[in-house]
Design a protein around this ligand. Structure first.
Ligand code: KE4
Length: 430
C-alpha cells in the first residue's frame, strides 16, 4: 500500500502540531506505523491522500451513523451557509433542536448546547455540584468523559492508549474529589457512598462503555446505580456521548429502561459538526446560568451551521426508527461472523457487541471492566490493525476503543470485512 503522501504530511505536521495530530489516538502510537491522512469520505469509505480507499468502522468515532458525506446533511449545511456562519445570538434552530432532543431522550427536560462531549461532561459535573452543594463525584475506572481535568484519573480511550490514564497536569486538589470504582461493581459504589457520606454530588458513567473497548452492563447494574443515587441524593449522569442516538433514539437509557438525572451527548448530535449537549431534570437544569447561578458559556454554542447538520441528523433518526433494527442486524452479522471464523481457526478471543457497537479483544477472558479489558494483548491487536488496514479495512487504532457501524455497510461490504478478518488472523498468528 502506497502511503508516501501521508508520510510526507505527517512529517511536516509534526513541525507545527504536537505529535502531528489534533487528537492523540489518531497518531497510531498504539498500533505502530504512521497515520493515514484522509482526503475525503463517502458512505462506508475513507479515501486517503495516496488514493487508497478503506471500508471504515470508526465513522469519525461515532457521528457518521448514516455513513459519510450524507447528501441530506451536506445540503442542510450548504443551505445554512447562505445565511452566514455564526451570529453569537439565539436562533430558531437552537429552539427546534432543543425541543427535539427533549422529545427523544427520556431524562432530558431541558438541554444546553455546547461544542464537544468534553464541554458537556465538564458542565454536567459543575451543575451537579452546584445543585447539591457537594464536591466529590464517582467515575468508573476505564471510562472516558473527555479531557476535563477531573476526568483524567483512570481514564480510558486515548488516555490509557497513550499510557497516561492519570494525566500529568491534573492537580492533587482536583484529583481528591474524583472517586473511582470498577464498572459493574455495585458493592464498590456502596463502599464509596458509606465512606463519603453526604459528600458525593454525582456519579457519572458510560452506561455502555466504549472507551476501554466495548463492555456491557451486568443485568441489574444500571438499575442498582439508579437506586443508590436516588437513596443518597446523588445526581446520576449517563455519559451518552457515544451511545446517545446510537443504541436507540433515546440512547442506552431508552434501551435499558433506566433513567438518569442528567445526560451528556455528543458525536451523532452534530451530524459530523462540533456539537455537544448536556441536559436533564428541569429542577437541576434551572441551576444553569442565566436561569440559575452555575456559570457555563460558549462563543460558538448553538452555531447555526452545526445546528443545521445536527437537526437534520436527529430529525432523520427520530422519524426512521428502522435504522436501529438495521444497525443491530449489521452488528450481529459482523460479530457472529468474526466469532465463527475465530472458532474455525481455533481462536478464543472475546467479542462484545450491542447494536452497532462492537469490540474484538485479544484475550480469552470475559471483558466486563477495565481490569479484564487490560488482559488483552495490545501488541497482537496492533498487528491485527495493520493487517486489516492493508486489506482495506480501517479500524479504531487502539484495543481500548469500540467500533461504530453505519447503515452504509452493505452485505457485500460485510463479506469483505469478514474475509479481511480471516486473512488477517491467519497472517498474524502464523
Ligand atoms: P469530545 O470532547 O471528544 O467531543 O467527547 C469526549 C467524550 C466524552 N464522553 C465519551 C463517552 C466519549 O467517548 C468521548 C470521546 N470519545 C473519543 C473516542 N473514544 C473521541 C476520540 C478522540 O479522543 O479523538
Amino acid at each position: 500500500m502506497q502511503i508516501s503522501e501521508s508520510k510526507r504530511l505527517f512529517a511536516h505536521a509534526k513541525n507545527f502540531i504536537p505529535g502531528g495530530v489534533n487528537s492523540p489516538v489518531r497518531a497510531f502510537r498504539a498500533v505502530g506505523g504512521e497515520p493515514i491522512f484522509i482526503k475525503k469520505a463517502d458512505g462506508a469509505f475513507l479515501h486517503d491522500e495516496d488514493g487508497n480507499s478503506f471500508i471504515e468502522l470508526i465513522n469519525s468515532w461515532g457521528p457518521m451513523i448514516l455513513g459519510h458525506n450524507h447528501p441530506m446533511i451536506r445540503e442542510a449545511v450548504l443551505e445554512a451557509m447562505e445565511n452566514g456562519t455564526s451570529f453569537g445570538a439565539p436562533t430558531g434552530r437552537e429552539v427546534e433542536i432543543a425541543e427535539l432532543i427533549v422529545s427523544m431522550v427520556p431524562s432530558v427536560e431541558k438541554v444546553r448546547m455546547v461544542n464537544s462531549g468534553t464541554e458537556a461532561t465538564m458542565s454536567a459535573i459543575r451543575v451537579a455540584r452546584g445543585y447539591t452543594g457537594r464536591d466529590k463525584f464517582i467515575k468508573m475506572e476505564g471510562h472516558y468523559h473527555g479531557h476535563g481535568d477531573s476526568f483524567l484519573i483512570a481514564a480510558g480511550s486515548g488516555a490509557i492508549t497513550m499510557g497516561h490514564p492519570d494525566s500529568p497536569g491534573v492537580t492533587e486538589g482536583t484529583a481528591k474529589d474524583t472517586l473511582l470504582a470498577p464498572y459493574n461493581d455495585l458493592d464498590a459504589i456502596e463502599n464509596l457512598v458509606a465512606a463519603n457520606d453526604g459528600k458525593i454530588a454525582a456519579l457519572i458513567l458510560e452506561p455502555v462503555p466504549g472507551n476501554m473497548g466495548l463492555c456491557l452492563p451486568n443485568p441489574g447494574y444500571l438499575q442498582g446505580l439508579r437506586d443508590i443515587c436516588t437513596r443518597e441524593g446523588i445526581v446520576l449522569i449517563f455519559d451518552e456521548v457515544m451511545t446517545g442516538f446510537r443504541l436507540a433514539r433515546g440512547g442506552a437509557q431508552e434501551l435499558f429502561g433506566v433513567i438518569p438525572d442528567m445526560t451528556t451527548l455528543g458525536k451523532i448530535i452534530g451530524g459530523g459538526m462540533p456539537v455537544g449537549a448536556y441536559g436533564g431534570k428541569k429542577e437541576i437544569m434551572e441551576f444553569v446560568s442565566p436561569a440559575g447561578p452555575v456559570y457555563q458559556a460558549g462563543t460558538l454554542s448553538g452555531n447555526p451551521i452545526a445546528m443545521a447538520a445536527g437537526l437534520t441528523m436527529l430529525k432523520y433518526l427520530n422519524t426512521h426508527p428502522d435504522v436501529y433494527s438495521r444497525l443491530s442486524e449489521i452488528g450481529i452479522q459482523i460479530a457472529s461472523g468474526i466469532a465463527s471464523i475465530n472458532e474455525k481457526l481455533g481462536l478464543d478471543f472475546t467479542i462484545n457487541q450491542i447494536g452497532s457497537m462492537y469490540s474484538l479483544f485479544f484475550t480469552s477472558e470475559d471483558v466486563v471492566d477495565f481490569e479484564s479489558a487490560k488482559t488483552s494483548d495490545t501488541n497482537l491487536f496492533g498487528k491485527y490493525f495493520q493487517a486489516m488496514l492493508h486489506r482495506g479495512v480501517y479500524l479504531a487504532p487502539s484495543q481500548y476503543e469500540t467500533l461504530f457501524l453505519s447503515t452504509a455497510l452493505t452485505d457485500e461490504l460485510i463479506g469483505k470485512i469478514l474475509l479481511a478478518h480471516e486473512e488477517s488472523m491467519k497472517e498474524i498468528l502464523n
